[in-house]
Write a protein that binds this ligand. Structure first.
Ligand code: GAL
Length: 420
């Protein structure tokens, strides 16, 4: 018995020393970061954020969830929050931010925003996305453009083609590529990718006013219009331009098909440029970037980090440090050069950005003034999660079946009406 008491005393002394020791350790800003940036270019971009955070004394806890477009991550986030164990920082955007803020799950960054003058460096468009009831609840990291065609210049030259300015020219080029034995359109058969192609076609064939009436105002007549039938007619053509192995392919594997010249084109947001850059490719030489055919349109996507409610002081300090770093001028340049996007922060020098990024910067301003700038539906900017889900479901079903355009239009209008 005596021996046991002695052991107990020693153990107690040891444990209390450890606790005291721990209490004296300098508090360290800590952030568990949930994101889905796992491809080549994405990983380099998120590594830049991690290194910046650690260089400033932060402890980064990486929580990647593979799966482009973020649908896999969204499921993980919901289970983490519902189990009362949210990550400190999460890569979310658009109405998702508003929905989580409405649920009271997000911290308030307004004080930090005031100290750092975010109102003066963020365009009103992004402020609307990251504020809820006038308070900052997230911080934007970039502006991605969705409506791009990435082209292999050798394939283009091989068939004597030219970058398409209309959807008829796109189809003519695709037919030439197909006749030459080159896959016209590199594509991954995942709902968010099908919807990415769909929204560029909808903007191109219907225009910005049609796009907003259909997917933001959810106007029934617009959803059921002949124009929407034409959009699905073009999607049926697109289905004929992808290879037999497209189902389930990840978007970055489709990008590498264009890099290798196995395919002539890919329609994807400019995170695809991050893959070309990560592979050492040069725009204008190894690949071409041209907007998908439209009347001066621009489909905007913007990634943000929302800080979820945490109780631990180190986690709170980590959130403040992370939010502050994300909008720093130097970081905004470094991150976006890797990511393929352009800075969320206004006034960052364009000098280090390539021709694709500069075109995105210019077209963003021009389309904003012309009223032809729209928010992405496929990438969770313009529509609620329910409406986005309806679009993804119908577009994917149509793309993977012999559903007629008329049936798809009817199904889309019906699904969106139910999602409202
Ligand atoms: C988008 C996201 C981009 C990129 C892409 C592919 O939704 O905004 O940053 O990650 O998905 O995963």
């Amino acid at each position: 018995m005596k021996k046991l008491t002695h052991k107990l005393a020693v153990t107690t002394a040891l444990v209390s020393t450890l606790i005291l020791g721990a209490a004296n350790v300098q508090a360290q800003p800590t952030a568990e970061v949930l994101h889905y940036w796992t491809s080549g270019g994405e990983a380099k971009a998120v590594k830049a954020l991690k290194e910046d955070f650690e260089a400033n004394g932060g402890k980064w806890v990486d929580a990647p969830v593979a799966g482009g477009g973020g649908d896999a991550q969204a499921a993980v986030l919901r289970s983490r929050v519902l189990s009362g164990n949210p990550p400190a920082a999460v890569q979310i955007k658009g109405p998702n931010i508003q929905e989580w803020a409405e649920a009271g799950a997000l911290g308030d960054l307004t004080q930090l925003g005031k100290q750092e003058g975010w109102d003066n460096v963020l365009p009103p468009l992004l402020q609307d996305i990251v504020k809820h009831d006038g308070k900052y609840v997230a911080v934007p990291v970039n502006i991605h453009r969705v409506d791009w065609i990435w082209i292999n210049p050798e394939a283009l030259e091989k068939v004597g083609g030219k970058p398409p300015r209309t959807w008829d020219e796109f189809n003519t080029l695709a037919d030439k590529l197909q006749a030459a034995g080159i896959i016209p359109l590199a594509h991954g058969g995942q709902p968010w990718q099908d919807a990415t192609v769909f929204e560029t076609v909808a903007l191109g064939i219907g225009g910005a006013e049609f796009f907003n009436k259909a997917f933001v105002e959810l106007d029934a007549d617009t959803l059921k219009s002949d124009t929407m039938v034409k959009v699905f007619d073009q999607m049926r053509k697109m289905r004929g331009y992808v290879d037999a192995d497209f189902p389930g392919r990840d978007w970055n594997l489709a990008t590498s098909m264009v890099m290798r010249g196995e395919a002539g084109m890919q329609i994807m947001g400019d995170w695809a440029k991050g893959e070309f850059i990560a592979a050492g490719k040069k725009p204008g030489k190894d690949f071409l970037c041209i907007p998908t055919p439209s009347n001066g349109g621009y489909i905007l996507n913007s990634d943000s980090f929302a800080m979820f409610n945490v109780t631990n002081e180190d986690d709170k300090a980590g959130q403040t440090l992370l939010a502050s770093l994300i909008l720093g001028e130097k970081f905004q340049e470094t991150f976006n050069l890797f990511k393929g996007s352009i800075p969320a922060r206004m006034g960052v020098s364009p000098d280090k950005f390539d021709e694709c990024a500069v075109k995105s910067m210019v077209d963003l301003q021009v389309s904003s003034k012309a009223g032809s700038l729209v928010g992405s539906v496929a990438h969770e900017i313009a529509a609620s999660g329910a409406v986005r889900g309806a679009v993804l479901d119908v577009v994917t079903e149509h793309f993977n079946s012999d559903m007629t355009s008329e049936a798809a239009v009817a199904r889309l209008a019906e699904s969106i009406e139910l999602a409202e």
